[in-house]
Ligand binder design. Structure first.
Ligand SMILES: [Zn+2]
Length: 83
C-alpha cells in the first residue's frame, strides 16, 4: 500500500473543504499536507480558505453554509483558471 497518494491541484481543491472541516480521512490529510508542502499556489488558496472558514466559525456556525461554500468554490475555480 502506497504511503502517499499522488494528488493534483484539482484533487487538493476538491478535498480542501473536507480537510478544513476535519472530515477528511487521515490518509487524505497526509496527502494534502504533502501537496501543500510542495505547491505554493495551493498553499495560498489553503491559507485564504482557512481564514474564511475561521471567520465563519467565529460567527457561530459549525460548518460552512452552502452559499459561502459555493462562493468559495467559485472563487477558487476563478483563481485556478488564471494560473
Ligand atoms: Zn497544488
Amino acid at each position: 500500500m502506497a504511503s502517499e497518494r499522488k494528488i493534483t491541484c484539482k484533487n487538493f481543491l476538491d478535498e480542501l473543504t473536507d480537510y478544513l472541516d476535519e472530515n477528511a480521512a487521515p490518509e487524505i490529510r497526509v496527502s494534502l499536507e504533502a501537496h501543500l508542502a510542495k505547491c505554493p499556489d495551493c498553499w495560498v488558496v489553503y491559507d485564504e480558505t482557512k481564514k474564511s472558514v475561521q471567520i465563519v466559525q467565529k460567527m457561530d456556525c459549525r460548518s460552512m453554509p452552502a452559499d459561502v461554500r459555493y462562493r468559495l468554490q467559485s472563487a477558487l475555480e476563478a483563481h485556478w483558471k488564471k494560473v
